[in-house]
Design a protein around this ligand. Structure first.
Ligand code: G3I
Length: 359
């Protein structure tokens, strides 16, 4: 896999990879540099694509990884461990082991937890996707899942991604979402209501990718947010995942998108930031690519900082070693802020500097 090829090469060619050359770390961490009202988060690697990789579960087995996870971040998001297929593998059986361990780790390290996710079209278990249910059964399955999972972590979750990726690019509801398809879009409001009943303190979010520029998808979220707020549904936030590719240009309109939701009185957040690039032959990014990547990371951070109530800034993994990107996009990679050995890239320093300036 490109991940391994990259790490092997970095060990040989050092200079192209600023593992040692550019590592001017002086004891500051992202979490300590951040303004008080902004959580700095990362996905916690495990489940999903990691299951097929030639390494054991990172969160449980990689000690240096856990050290960086605790040191650098004030918020953690289970990458896969709270998704339906992981946490609810059979209709009448839940698997809380990994999620419990992450919540415990967060408590021990003074970190918030972002719960991910409750209503999504992807990574649902076969029993749900392939089962035959009446509408009433499906509704009760969703309600009891939300009560059970959200209720278990009541008081311990800062924010929940209640509805994840519910719109297509053209702003229509995704029909791949079994609950929306079978029960209609009104189920979104119910999911928020149930989550709020199960944990009245958690901030409840709409979350999606492809909302970094204005367009039909952002319009759809804005209309939905207005509708939910008017109906007094407990919606508290709107988040951009911000999975970016250097193929498509810098997200220079993100602040204006976030501002539209801030104007509605909602919190905003960045929840899954990474910036992938086309890797040159040999798999090692050029210095110029790394600078461009750093600029993109900084642009996203600045967008969050520019908006009053952007209160959580999360990257989707901090090391290339465990990134989902090369698994999904074989010719792209190097999308995170650290190399495989946890040494820092220019993107890391761009964030650190941006946070320092904002304090
Ligand atoms: O379900 C199939 C299984 O049937 C098959 O046998 C196996 C063989 O490889 O693959 C399984 O699918 C895997 C899936 O996780 C389910 O566990 C995929 O290969 C694997 O690539 C996938 O990865 C996760 C992905 O979500 C799924 O969409 C990644 O670990 C995770 O980082 C990623 O995270 C998502 C966020 O939750 C939402 N926003 C986008 C983000 C990036 O895709």
């Amino acid at each position: 896999m490109a991940v391994l090829a990259t790490s092997a090469l970095l060990a040989i060619v050092g200079p192209a990879a600023p593992a040692s050359a550019g590592d001017r770390h002086d004891g500051k961490t992202l979490r300590s540099a951040a303004p008080r009202d902004l959580r700095i988060g990362t996905a916690v690697a495990g489940g999903g694509h990691h299951v097929d990789q030639p390494y054991p579960d990172p969160f449980f087995h990689d000690k240096p990884y856990r050290k960086v996870l605790a040191r650098e971040f004030s918020s953690v998001s289970p990458e896969n461990q709270m998704k339906w297929e992981f946490i609810h593998p059979e209709r009448h059986r839940y698997n809380f082991g990994a999620a419990d361990a992450i919540v415990r780790f967060a408590r021990q390290n003074g970190q918030a937890v972002r719960g991910h996710t409750l209503l999504w079209h992807s990574q649902n278990p076969a029993w749900l996707n392939e089962g035959t249910f009446t509408k009433a059964e499906l509704r009760s399955i969703l309600k009891s899942h939300i009560y059970t999972v959200v209720g278990r972590y009541r008081g311990q979750i800062h924010q929940w991604d209640v509805a994840n990726e519910i719109f297509n690019e053209n702003g229509e509801y995704r029909q791949e979402n079994i609950f929306i398809r079978e029960l209609g879009p009104g189920i979104v409001a119910d999911a928020f209501r149930w989550a709020h009943q199960a944990d009245p303190k958690a901030q409840l979010f709409l979350n999606d990718y492809g909302v970094d520029w204005p367009g039909a998808k952002v319009d759809a979220y804005e209309a939905l947010a207005k509708e939910l707020l008017a109906a007094r549904v407990p919606l508290h936030g709107f988040a951009s995942q911000a999975h970016l590719s250097m193929r498509y240009g810098a997200p220079d309109q993100l602040a204006s998108v976030l501002q539209r939701f801030d104007d509605l009185g909602l919190y905003t957040a960045i929840t899954e930031l990474d910036v992938r690039m086309d890797l040159p032959e040999g798999g090692v990014p050029t210095a110029e690519q790394l600078q461009t990547q750093a600029r993109y990371y900084r642009t996203v951070l600045d967008a969050c900082l520019a908006v009053d109530d952007c209160n959580s800034f999360t990257i989707w993994g901090f090391t290339d070693k465990y990134s989902w990107v090369p698994v999904f996009f074989p010719s792209e990679g190097a999308a995170t802020v650290m190399w495989d050995d946890f040494s820092r890239k220019p993107a890391y320093y761009a964030l650190l500097e941006g946070l320092r300036q904002a304090r």
